[in-house]
Design a protein around this ligand. Sequence first.
Ligand code: GDP
Length: 537
Amino acid sequence: MTTTLSSSANLDAAVEQRRNFAIISHPDAGKTTLTEKLLLYGGAIHEAGSVKARRAQRHAVSDWMELEQQRGISITSTVLQFTYNDYRINLLDTPGHQDFSEDTYRTLAAADNAVMLEDAAKGLEPQTRKLFEVCKMRGLPIFTFFNKLDRPGQEPLALLDEIEKELELFTYAVNWPIGMGDRFKGVFDRQKKQVHLFERSAHGSKAAEDTVLEWGDPRIEELINDDEVYGQFLEELEMLDELGPELELDLVHSGEMTPVFFGSAMTNFGVELFLESFLDFALKPCPRESTVGMVPPTREDFSGFVFKLQANMDPRHRDRVAFVRICSGKFEKDMVVNHARSGKNVRLSHPQKLFGQGRESLDAAYPGDVIGLNNPGVFAIGDTIYQGKKLEYEGIPFFSPELFAYLKNPNPSKFKQFRKGVTELREEGAVQIMYSADESKRDPILAAVGQLQFEVVQFRLRNEYNVDTRLEMLPYGVARWVTGGWDALKDAGRLFNTVTVKDSYGRPVLLFRNEWNCQQVEGEHPKLALSKTAPVV
Ligand code: GDP
């Protein structure tokens, strides 16, 4: 009895301590830099530069393949765990750049909070918008960090306005910049009523202490030493206080209001201020919808779901890793769990801790954490594993692909391997597979979110199934599932500027060259309901 009591107390404490988030941003906004600075404060690394060095090697696709061969490298960047002020923080890495793929979206299914990082000079950029859509669909709390204040950027009020109008979020500025670019003087913490002064030389690769002055201190104006900047700052502050909404945590937690921060990741300014407020406001691991209702993280029985699979590219080590987000209970090495889809028992014997040198093994983990499991072909994206009463978490939907290509097998004698490979890679979630509605065209259509997915599929077909394939790109950029299925499509009559294909479940999907064509069809057929994601089966 005592052990149960103490283990449930441990579980409660572990959940209270944990915060989990993903950063969404467009390439070059500073995600690597910010990640590094956060790790620096968390003491997970001692000198900035280590994450970056690793990342810099990932530019070319061939390099990426090479890196995959050195076991562990990309795995370590799947989740970074660090501690700060007694919090256990899990930063889920969302692949970007060339490795932008469905995994980027799926990772958001495992996150409890999102940090939207924007370059203050550029404002909202395309990849950020796409990722935002996924966060919105999931109702994730979103924290906004405007980066690169040490360089000339857009007016802060205009940046807030863009978020309010285009993303339809309320904004609450937690801190406010004093000047920017060459005349960037620091930020004002509106809650603690303190000015943090920016010192160009003091920050950088090491964790640093800001110079902090209480509001009202006469030295503030003197140290800022720029009447125009100070005057404008006071004006903006007054406007914010009068017109801006109050911070409402309920709205933050429901993803309707975003707390906003300004800073400069490169010079390490505003990062710690951000981290502290983020930890105050962010959601801890929360209950999750399942077939038996909401499952609280403090449910004693372990449960979790697979959100990402990764194959090792090295033909000598064909192991695959399944990344599991723990939703409830305590994970222990060697525990036996039920695999909901197959009904089988699975022993979780080689769990991996995901951050650190190589793959450290792991003995225990808690809700909000991510573990890597060796996957001998048992797990698929969205699978639930659990102990105790049977339950299944909601699956992870297919996301709207943007790149399409026929996959051709020029060698008919390899037909069997080709079909097996395509089926297995689809089941694993490496790529979506569609087929032309025209029965005479039987080549599978690969549908992906990022170019790298195509290359991985071809690479793996060659290495694991011994089939050389050819790609024939298709001129489409937008996909929509027809919500009402084939009947609804028939009722809509003739459609122009689109082709119909079937997804792997035989459901109709419309492909368009661009958004404009899609909107045209939607405008002409208001009764035809189209969806950017496939219904979960
Ligand atoms: P990522 O593509 O989002 O991971 O972006 P990186 O972290 O690699 O940063 C892209 C570029 O912006 C790099 O050259 C960084 O040094 C630079 N950068 C990042 N943060 C800042 C910042 O706060 N100020 C300035 N001036 N440059 C920054």
